[in-house]
Structures are given as C-alpha cells and as structure tokens.
Design a protein around this ligand. Structure first.
Ligand SMILES: Cc1cc2nc3c(=O)[nH]c(=O)nc-3n(C[C@H](O)[C@H](O)[C@H](O)COP(=O)(O)O)c2cc1C
Length: 597
C-alpha cells in the first residue's frame, strides 16, 4: 500500500473539485502559494480553449495544516469551478432533470461511448464526460504542489518542457545541462514557462505556435511529446524485489493515468530498442567522489530502483478528442449517423500536460521517498534521506555548518576540519576578503539584499571547489533556495543550535562587538536573536543532522558532530576510506601459503 495516498472528486461543471492527500509527515512548511503557482501554470499554454479564461484556479486548504506547517493529518484541498454559476441547474445534486440538452452523440477518442455503455448513461453522456474531462487534473496538480513542496524540502526538484507538438520538433536538452549545480529540473521548467508553449526556447516555441495555428485553421487538434525530469533524486527509491514496488512501473502507470497520454518512455527507451547493449547501458566508473556514470540512457532507473542519476521521462499525448470538424459518430437516441458532439475545447493542451505530469511525478516520488524512509515528521526524514543521497559517494562531500550566530559554527567547525584533515572555510571571511570590506560595511553601504546575493555566490563557489572542506555559513545564508540546491548536490548539511539565551551569553563573551553584527544592530539583542531563530528555524530544520551545542565545549561538540557524520557513511564510503588497510592485509595474505588463504 502506498505511504502517500490520494483521492480526488468533482465534475468538470460541478461546484468544485476536491482532493485528499493522506500520509504526509508533520512539520512540512507549506503555503497556499506552493499550490496556486502550479495551478496557474496548468492554465497557461498556447492552444487552450475558452474554459481557461473563465477559471482562475486557486486552492482552499481545508485541513492538514496549521500555522503554515503540516500536522500529519489528511490534507484536503478544494478548487471551486467558477463556471458552475452557469451550470448550477444542469449539474444540481438535488433530484430533478433530465437535462434539457442531453449529450447523445459520443466523440471518438473520448470516454463518452465506452463510459456510457459501461455505466448505462446512454441517455446523457454528460454523466460520463463531466468526470472524464481533464478538468480533474487541476486537483491533482494542487495535490502535486504539496508533494513538490515535500520533495523540494528534501532536495529533489521536478520539472518539464515540451519537446514536440504535432510534427514540429523543438530544440531539446543536451544531457550535460541537467546537472544539479547548473540547472535543476524546477529551474528548467520555469525557463520553459517563459515561452507560451513551454518550449525550451523562443525559436522552438514559434514552430509550435505555427503548428497549432495550422491545426486550428483546419478545424483540427494536435498532441505532442513532453519531457519530465527530476533532479536531486537519491539512489534507492522503488525496489527490484516485487512488481508493484518497481518505480519504473509506478511512474509509467501514473503517467498513463493523465487523460490523452498514450505512451511513456523512460530514458532512451525507444532508441535503446534499436541499438546495441554496448551503446545503451551507462558505464559504471569509480572516481575521487565515488561511483558515477558516464551517461544516463537509463533515465535514472535500473531494476525499478533509482540509481542517483536525474530521472528522464517522456510522455506522448494524442490530439484532443473534440475535433471541431467533427468525426463521424452515431446519435445514441436515434442510432442515426451524425457528426460527433462538439463542445468548447482545446486545440492543443500539451503545455498543460507537462505541468500535470510534473505533479504526477511529484506524487509518485514523494510516495516512494516516504515508503523508503518512513517518517511521521519531517525531522525524522532528514538523516535517512542524507544517507541515501550520499550512498554512492566515497565521502560525505563538503560539510556545511549552519545555525544561528553564537551556535559555535566557527569554533566547532575549525576543530571538525582539523580532525578530518580538511580545509576550513568561513564564508563571511571569504566574502570580506573578496569585497575588501567587512560584513558590517557591506550591510551599511550596499544593504542586506546585496550581501545575501554575495553570500549565495560565495556558497555556490565554495561548494563546487574541488578540495573537500568544512564550510561555515553565515546565520542567514540557509534562507536561499540556490544555496540549498548547491549544498544538497555537493555534500551534507549540519546545523548547530542552542537556545537564544545561550547564544546571547556566548556572543556577549566573544571578541566581536555587537556593532559588528549588523543583524543585531540597534535593538535588544536577545529579543532580536529570538526573532531571528524563529524566522530561520524552517530553514535550519532542513539540515541533514542537528546538534544542540549547549553545555558542550568546542572540542566535545566537534567529536559529537564527527560521530554523527560517521553515522551517515555508506558501505561504499567505508570501503573507500579503508583502502590502505585492505591493501596492507592483502600484502600479509600474499606472504602466506595458498592453502591457508
Ligand atoms: C490538460 C488537458 C486538457 C484537455 N482538454 C481537452 C479538451 O478540451 N477536449 C477534449 O476533447 N479532450 C481534452 N483532453 C483529453 C481528454 O480529457 C481525454 O482524451 C479523454 O478524457 C479520454 O481519455 P484518454 O484519451 O486517456 O483515453 C485534455 C487532456 C488534458 C491532459
């Protein structure tokens, strides 16, 4: 059974769509904006019909959240159908009817005939088409927005773009451009949103627009192909052990549940069927950073399990079923041959299908994450998620220290770096060196926004540096999404904490004057520290590991931190770190007679 289950209800012209998502951990920060952004994205796209001008979808969150955090209880959403105002009599729940304008002529390609025969709705096919309509996908996009927020919090991003519309091909992605640091899947999707067809560039979009215009001129409709990607996906989601746990199968099923999707490709699926194995399978290499692959033809899945590479999925959407130059059909009330029923319809909905597919993939991946890691609370997911994320690495990668000022990042960090034999990087000092002035002066002269941008750049640069370091972030750096992407992609995050009273005590004993701490300037420092800790807690709580340093001197805190870091090490990392020892054992073994081996 799924860990994250959902149900939706609602007819296209009924009062509302509703959805329930069950199995979310408690403590996930969630805003209506996380949901509404994707609802608005689903409504965009060249080629849509008149309905999208009427509906401006926003979700009402009815349960499952309090003060911006999930409770662990079922989350329910409601999206009102504005069009219901014109349909209230014809779609009423109270007894009445029949509809004065029944639909009796099924559309080839739609659910009308098969659904009508199955549910004995031949007198009025509206009883079928109201639910078969892709309007239902709005609520799935809403629930998908919640799943996306969960994944984003854990460092996984989902996105999509349109590859082709009809026979018009767009420019596609070169594999190297989907690297976690250069462009993650969500940024890619937002780039695609900038064109009216969700193509990757204007040049491709112009070709798509021309194809849609041509179809409209012919009173016809078009489909196309969408590519969906997920980056930051750890090794180990899904399982090879049983058919219904294989993630490739679960993704394919979920994608096929989107109306009008008729084919799903994982990685280079179709191309692979025509090539040799040697050209298809992704070589496994060992390097300084650990295990890696030199290509991603598998699209991030082998044996039904994620392998740590980005997920690459393509879906084919058939042309819209309601063809304005109607196809032949039969009036079920007279059994006469007549043109099929036509109602207000899209010419092409491929751009919207991409946004729906992102939501669907987010729901499948969030389910797979929770199935794999368990977790009633977000905090209980952190360390197990980090363990998966670095499972193929030779080492933790960079170690990032975050936490409020006074939590011991510098004092403890220096000791951790020395003990691990790593470079020590204090991000504030790096920024000061590069700017040639102090942090307080940057704040005074250029303002906090400019400092935050310098801080994000310095963090991304430090994360990408080839040497392994222990990197201490300024107290506010963790509030930046780009910073989180860089940290998740290159290492582990460690938060040091203490109560605001203890932080204030430590700061008052430090060599630095209060005036050198611009975030505390001009106010009651303790009150300000309390405020800062409260505001930043949602970001600090994203860290893979967390240590309360109260009552610990820097040496003791550093040892505790190293122990906690070690608990994340994978068997591969342990193997990598024991290299010299094994070779010593082998040398001893070599001197022994064979029959004693
Ligand atoms: C975003 C989106 C919008 C759609 N809009 C329409 C539409 O306006 N008219 C139509 O006939 N079909 C539309 N469809 C497709 C039908 O919903 C779909 O073909 C129908 O439910 C039958 O299901 P099937 O194609 O999966 O067999 C749309 C699909 C999607 C994903």
């Amino acid at each position: 059974m799924s860990r994250l289950r959902y149900l939706t209800a609602g007819e296209s012209h009924g009062p509302a769509l509703t959805g329930i998502l069950e199995g979310l951990p408690a403590g996930l920060p969630l805003q209506a904006e996380d949901i509404n952004r994707d609802l608005a994205r689903r409504q965009q796209g060249y080629g849509r019909g008149g309905r999208m001008k009427i509906e401006q979808d926003t979700a009402e969150i009815l349960s499952g959240i309090r003060f911006g955090l999930t409770l662990g209880s079922p989350l329910s959403l409601l999206i009102r159908n504005r069009d219901f105002a014109s349909w209230s009599k014809r779609m009423q729940a109270d007894s009445g009817g029949p509809d004065p304008h029944p639909v009796t002529v099924p559309r080839p390609g739609h659910a009308d005939l098969a659904g009508g025969l199955k549910y004995a709705h031949l007198d009025d096919l509206r009883n079928v088409l109201e639910r078969a309509s892709a309007r239902e996908t709005a609520i799935r996009v809403g629930l998908g927005g919640v799943a996306r927020a969960l994944l984003r919090d854990l460092g996984i991003q989902v996105g999509s773009f349109v590859r082709s519309i009809g026979s018009a091909d767009g420019n596609v992605l070169e594999p190297p451009s989907v690297s976690p640091l250069k462009e993650d899947a969500e940024s890619l999707a937002l780039r695609a949103d900038l064109t009216e067809t969700r193509a990757l560039d204007e040049d491709s979009s112009r070709r798509f627009v021309a194809a849609i215009d041509e179809a409209r001129k012919r009173r016809d409709t078009l489909g196309g192909v969408v590519e969906i990607l997920a980056t930051g996906v750890p090794v180990g989601l899904g399982s090879h052990v049983h058919w219904d746990r294989k993630l490739d199968g679960r993704i394919a099923q979920a994608m096929m549940s989107i109306p009008a999707i008729k084919a799903v490709e994982l990685g280079e699926g179709w191309k692979a069927a025509r090539g040799y194995g040697s050209q298809t399978h992704d070589p496994i290499l060992w390097g300084d950073l650990g295990l890696r692959r030199s290509s991603n033809n598998a699209g991030g899945l082998e044996g039904g399990v994620t392998n740590g590479q980005p997920l690459v999925i393509r879906i084919a959407m058939k042309p819209i079923a309601t063809v304005p130059a109607a196809l032949p059909s039969v009036d079920l009330s007279t059994l006469q041959s007549v043109p099929a029923h036509v109602e207000r319809s899209d010419t092409c909905a491929v751009p919207a299908a991409g946004v729906i597919a992102e939501a669907i993939l987010a729901l499948v991946l969030a389910d797979a994450v929770l199935e794999c890691l368990g977790g009633d609370t977000m905090s209980s997911l952190r360390a197990p998620m980090a363990r998966l994320r670095i499972a193929a690495r030779a080492d933790w990668g960079q170690v990032f220290l975050l936490g409020p000022m006074g939590s011991g990042k510098s004092a403890v960090g220096r000791v951790i770096a020395a003990r691990l034999g790593r470079r020590w990087v204090d991000l504030d000092s790096e920024i000061e060196q590069q700017a040639g002035i102090s942090v307080a002066e940057i704040f005074a002269r250029k303002g906090e926004a400019e400092f935050r941008s310098l801080e994000a750049d310095a963090l991304v640069a430090a994360a990408a540096a080839p040497s392994l370091s222990v990197i201490a972030l300024g107290g506010g750096a963790a509030q930046n999404e780009a910073a989180w992407r860089a940290m998740r992609a290159t290492g582990v995050t460690f938060c040091l904490t203490a109560r605001p009273e203890e932080l204030a005590r430590r700061l008052s004993q430090s060599d630095r004057a209060w005036s050198e701490r611009p975030m505390l300037a001009g106010r009651d420092p303790l009150e300000r520290l309390r405020e800062l800790c409260r505001a930043r807690q949602p970001f600090y709580s994203r860290a893979d590991l967390c240590l309360d340093t109260e009552g610990l001197d820097p040496g003791a805190a550093a040892l505790a931190a190293i122990g906690m870091l070690r608990s994340l090490r994978s068997p591969i990392a342990v193997r990598a770190s024991r290299g010299p020892l094994e070779s010593e054992i082998k040398m001893q073994g070599n001197s022994a007679p064979d029959d004693e081996a």
